[in-house]
Design a protein around this ligand. Structure first.
Ligand SMILES: Cc1cc2nc3c(=O)[nH]c(=O)nc-3n(C[C@H](O)[C@H](O)[C@H](O)COP(=O)(O)O)c2cc1C
Ligand SMILES: O=C(O)C(=O)c1ccccc1
Length: 401
């Protein structure tokens, strides 16, 4: 069970200090990257760290946070801040969730099981990637009574029966929200992976393809095409699964209606960066969007994700739920994105670094650190909760253009 007030993680650390026990993982969010680099093979590290092109979108993601500062109020007599947030009519313990990240076995042998277990223990929502190296059902078992969402890499319409099968499995396994990623119908131009000649799907150990290899429809179709089982020709099957979930070209706005037929819960579109697309999502009857540029991994020369959040929130926040990611590294970053209109913030690379460094304990450490930092940042600014009534742009000052 998570501590009710995550900042109390401090007490544990300082009590250990009296016994000369020092934490094995850094508390500096920016050092997690360096610690992960020490333990990972160069190509695996290059994959998580990598971004598109010259990394300008990634740089802009970080720069966008530095354009805002949090203004404190004094003599605000309140308890520790209430971190609960409400989305889709449900209450969530904390305003952060685990972003969908594929092929976690590249980073640690316990992979998605470690991350989904840590998420449950810290009372943080886990989002399972379509490119998972663990099945939908096994992750659900590890996440158990926790909160979980399912991210879809959307097969082309000719493979609609596979899409339907994935959604039916996710629903049956207790995933409550469908997150449809729109910015990755093909992988971006990533120099780090190109230099290492590293594609997470095209590995001799075929580890990013678990959802396909455990899918009855994909398996049946493979058998009909090749007159053999997936296990008898893993290389071909892995390449076919990669082509199924990264079809190379995009769907259309009209196609969203196909998903609605197979998912009766909330649908969230991930990868929105313009007001126009956010309004199209409203028109298409979607329940939410993730304002995200995929951590700058897909398209170079893009705008910082936080830079577009205020205008998108202004235009659509009363019509759908706004979730945010890309470049979030600290409690203050989380506070700023909430103040600018998001209700939930997805944590990406930081927890992957935690997973690489320390498996389940590493992911827990990252989540507890970010939540503790967030809680004290709000508390010391005199902000009593993450509710939009008190945590909004009135607590921020824009300090750079
Ligand atoms: C190694 C890695 C794998 C990812 N895999 C997926 C994925 O399978 N599905 C998806 O929607 N997003 C994926 N993402 C993007 C994240 O969900 C998220 O948008 C991004 O990491 C946020 O940026 P940040 O890491 O700078 O915080 C991946 C990101 C990383 C770093
Ligand atoms: O790397 C990514 O950003 C991504 O979304 C992904 C996930 C798994 C396999 C390939 C790409």
């Amino acid at each position: 069970m998570a501590a009710c007030h995550p900042h109390t993680y401090e007490n544990e650390i300082y009590a250990n200090g009296l016994k000369n026990i020092k934490p094995s993982i850094s508390f500096h969010p920016l050092e997690w990257e360096a610690q992960a680099k020490e333990v990972l093979p160069a190509d695996s590290f290059g994959y998580v760290w990598g971004s598109a092109g010259l990394r300008e979108t990634d740089d802009n993601n970080r720069a966008a946070f530095r354009k805002w500062a949090i203004l404190p109020s004094r003599l605000v007599k309140s308890g520790f801040p209430n971190l609960k947030t409400t989305l889709f009519g449900e209450e969530y313990n904390y305003p952060i969730a685990i972003a969908p990240v594929g092929v976690q076995r590249i980073f640690h042998p316990d992979a998605e099981i470690a991350a989904a277990t840590a998420a449950r223990k810290q009372a943080v929502t886990y989002t399972l990637s379509s490119a998972s190296s663990t099945s939908i059902e096994d992750v659900a078992k590890a996440n158990d009574s926790g909160s979980r969402w399912f991210q879809l890499y959307w097969p082309s319409n000719k493979h609609h029966d596979i899409t339907a099968s994935l959604l039916q499995r996710a629903k049956a396994a207790g995933y409550k929200v469908l997150v449809v990623t729109l910015d990755t119908y093909i992988l971006g131009w990533r120099p780090s992976d190109l230099c290492n000649a590293f594609n997470p799907f095209l590995r001799p150990d075929n580890i990013g393809v678990e959802l396909g290899f455990t899918d009855p429809v994909f398996r049946r179709q493979f058998r009909e095409r090749h007159h053999k089982e997936v296990e008898e020709d893993m290389g071909t099957a892995a390449a076919e699964w990669a082509r199924t979930i990264f079809p190379g070209t995009s769907h259309s706005w009209e196609d969203l209606q196909l998903l609605r037929k197979h998912w009766d819960g909330p649908i969230v579109l991930k990868g929105i960066q313009t007001v126009q697309d956010a309004q199209r999502a409203v028109k298409a009857g979607m329940q939410g969007i993730v304002v995200s540029n995929h951590g700058g991994r897909q398209q170079d020369g893009g705008i910082g994700s936080l830079d577009v959040l205020p205008e998108i929130a202004e235009a659509t926040k009363d019509k759908l739920e706004i979730i945010f990611d890309s470049g979030v590294r600290s409690g203050a970053d989380i506070a700023k994105a909430l103040a600018l209109g998001a209700k939930m913030i997805l944590i990406g690379r930081p927890y992957v670094y935690g997973l690489a460094i320390g498996g389940e304990a590493g992911v827990s450490h990252v989540l507890r650190s970010l939540l503790g930092d967030l809680e004290l940042t709000l508390h010391l600014a005199g902000i009593p909760s993450v509710s939009p009534e008190v945590l909004n742009d009135s607590v921020l000052r824009r300090i750079a253009s």
